[in-house]
Design a protein around this ligand. Structure first.
Ligand SMILES: [Zn+2]
Length: 695
């Protein structure tokens, strides 16, 4: 600390005073930071009225200034000790901000800050003030990014600095309409804040320490911020700090009520409007912000905050913000969400629609956004959603995506209402063949996604399909589309188990959709009718009819075990003898021979029947042989079982010379006179062995 040891060293809290032959030095006692050099030669002794146990307080109690007396060769000098704030003021006067800040930091870190002669919060106030001056300085020299980062660092370390000061740093930018506007803004905020505080009685924590002299600082001299510069400054300083302050206001709004809430709303209105302006100005110049990893994540966070801000309740002045946003056509989405946040849904939707003609983007983008918007609105805005969905349904090229208005909504509109709406749409669009029925797509989605088992819905879907296909056929629509639609319908008829086949059979009866009609008839077990339809109406009908029988035949099912006979009957009725013979020859196994022969016409020659009879007889004979073998085997097994049964039932046992004792430890023959015992299972043991076995 010293080149040569000092002659005299004395503590006068919060200072330490040292004298060497040429000068006096004043340090902070706590950390020996040098505060002042006083050139005064040949000091020989020092005295003070500051007690080291009871610092400046004692001196002030005696209504005296804390003083230090220094004697040099001919003179006694009297020095008055400044309090830390006074010292800082002096340092500030010489524009040495860093030193002022260092002194304050040291003092606030000290164990005994009161030793500095002032209350802690007063020290905090002074510190905030210096931090702000520092930030302000960055805005003077501002031309580069690091300046703004430094400024934010200082503003963040300043405790309870009013947010208007942050705003005032932007007085000379597009954020305000000139310096006077910025001043008005600041004083308006201050008035509101004071009013909140007055009404809250207990203090709102908004009562910031407003250093009036700082507001009076000559902000006219602030550097003019524009373009990328402004964007950077907003990004690093304005947006994070103002957004944080807004969160504080929101919290306050939740905790207060009545007439206070009123004013908090006013405060929020002022803050939100300027915040939105900040977001917009930042956005418009942000493309040029150099991006590193840290910046990118900050940008992402701010963008997220912006969207949350717009989409949730906010207190912006709509007219003012709308006017501003309209200046930047690329910010159409921001304006949209502003309308949303303000519940101005009709305006938002009208505007989106007008953008499809006048916007700078592809019309599809606006349509897609409309879909998203309507999806969010959902059931609470049912009438509006239905009304505005019309033009989307008519103009959007991807019908499934358009339907997400109804299918993806968090609060979906009731199915019957949507269905009716879509059916009306389909009716209108009927003239344009080939356009899929949206009601079909919607129902398919509801049935598949919702796993609906409502037979009304299933029936409705089939009816809509029928109507759609008939309409296509009537208007001679694309055959590929027709066959696609038919195969979807067939697929559904086969897979769904919930439609009422009876109702549908009436509808299908009147159409030429034979394949579909057959499926429904078979569902009703009206197989003969189904086969008749196939034989009469479908091309290559015999093959189709066979396929029908093959797919459904089950010998154990009462409904389908006679399917082939039914087919034979239908073939005979239609005098398709050739096919009938083919059937009996190839499917003799599934046909009862007697019933078959009865059904064939009486004048059929034996020669015609010969191949059939041969196959049937051969088949029957081999069946008979097979049965006989089985029968014999069964009989043999029966005898053996009876034998075992008789043995077990016998009440006596035969002992011969070869009979041996059943005791596994003995296994000896029986002598003529040995006593024997018979076990319940019929085996014989020596009586002695029995005794041993029991033990
Ligand atoms: Zn034995």
């Amino acid at each position: 600390m010293w080149n040569d040891p000092p002659n005299i060293l004395m503590a006068a809290p919060p200072y330490l005073i040292s004298c060497d032959p040429r000068k006096i030095q004043v340090f902070l006692l706590d950390n020996c930071m040098l505060c002042q050099n006083i050139h005064l030669a040949d000091c020989s002794s020092v005295a003070t009225n500051v007690s080291s146990t009871n610092p400046l307080l004692q001196a002030s109690a005696l209504s005296r200034r804390a003083t230090v007396l220094v004697a040099s060769r001919k003179t006694i000098h009297m020095f008055t000790l400044s309090s830390i704030p006074e010292l800082v003021d002096d340092v500030l006067a010489s524009n040495n901000l860093q030193l002022a800040l260092d002194i304050l930091m040291s003092a606030s870190k000290s164990d005994n800050p009161v030793g500095a002669g002032i209350p802690v919060n007063r020290l905090g106030y002074v510190e905030s003030r210096v931090q702000f001056l520092f930030a302000r300085l960055q805005f003077d020299v501002s031309t580069a990014e690091p300046c703004f980062k430094t400024a934010r660092k200082h503003l963040e370390s300043a405790t309870r600095l009013p947010v208007d000061l942050v705003c005032l740093l932007f007085a000379n930018s597009e954020l305000f309409n000139g310096i006077q506007d910025a001043r008005d803004f600041s004083s308006h905020l201050e008035e509101l804040r004071l009013e909140v505080d007055e009404r809250m009685h207990v203090g709102s924590e908004l009562n910031e320490l407003v250093p009036q002299d700082l507001i009076d600082l000559n902000i006219d001299e602030l550097a003019r911020l524009q373009g990328t510069q402004l964007s950077l400054a907003l990004f690093h300083v304005f947006l994070p700090l103002v957004y944080a302050h807004r969160s504080l206001l929101l919290k306050l709004k939740l905790s207060c009520q009545g007439n206070v809430e009123f004013i908090v709303d006013d405060l929020l209105a002022v803050m939100d409007t300027v915040l939105l302006k900040g977001f917009v100005l930042w956005d418009s110049g942000r493309a040029k912000i150099p991006s590193d990893v840290e910046t990118r994540s900050l940008i992402a966070r701010l963008t997220e905050q912006k969207l949350v801000f717009l989409r949730s309740e906010n207190w912006c002045d709509v007219n003012e913000c709308e006017k501003l946003l309209l200046l930047y056509p690329e910010m159409w989405e921001e304006l949209l969400w502003l309308y949303y946040g303000k519940s101005m849904h009709e305006k938002a939707l009208d505007w989106l629609r007008s953008l499809t003609n006048q916007g700078t983007q592809e019309p599809e983008i606006y349509r897609r956004k409309t879909i998203e918007y309507l999806t969010i609105l959902g059931k609470p805005y049912e009438e509006m959603v239905l009304r505005y969905s019309k033009w989307i349904l008519e103009s959007f090229s991807k019908p499934k995506e358009a339907l997400s208005i109804f299918t993806d909504a968090e609060a979906p509109i009731d199915e019957p209402v949507v269905l009716k709406h879509l059916e009306e749409h389909d009716q209108r669009m009927m003239a344009v063949g080939g356009k899929p029925f949206l009601s079909i797509l919607y129902l398919e989605h509801m049935i598949h996604q919702g796993k609906s088992e409502d037979s009304l819905l299933h029936n409705k879907l089939v009816m809509l399909y029928i109507e759609y296909i008939l309409n296509l056929q009537k208007t001679a629509g694309d055959t590929e589309i027709i066959s696609q639609a038919r195969s979807s319908l067939l697929q559904f008829l086969k897979s769904s188990r919930f439609y009422s086949a009876l109702d549908l059979s009436h509808r299908l009866h009147a159409t030429k959709l034979y394949g579909e009609y057959c499926v429904v008839l078979s569902r009703l077990h009206r197989h003969k009718e189904a086969l008749e339809v196939v034989i009469k109406q479908v091309g290559d009908s015999f093959k189709e009819a066979l396929a029908y029988c093959q797919s459904l035949y089950d010998p154990n099912d009462a409904h389908t075990k006679d399917l082939y006979l039914l087919l034979l009957e239908v073939l005979m009725q239609n005098t398709m003898i050739e096919q009938a013979m083919e059937l009996v020859e190839t499917h003799f196994k599934e046909l009862d021979p007697l019933k078959t022969l009865m059904m064939l016409p009486a004048d059929t020659s034996v020669q015609t029947l010969q191949p059939y009879l041969e196959t049937v007889l051969r088949h029957r004979y081999s069946q008979h042989r097979g049965s006989q073998v089985v029968k014999n085997l069964v009989r043999k097994e029966h005898v053996s079982v009876m034998d075992t049964h008789a043995t077990l039932q016998r009440k006596y046992s035969v002992v011969t010379r070869t009979t041996i004792c059943a005791n596994p430890l003995c296994h000896k023959n029986f002598q003529g006179d040995s006593a024997i015992a018979r076990l319940p299972n019929g085996s014989i043991v020596h009586y002695a062995c029995l005794q041993n076995m029991i033990i």
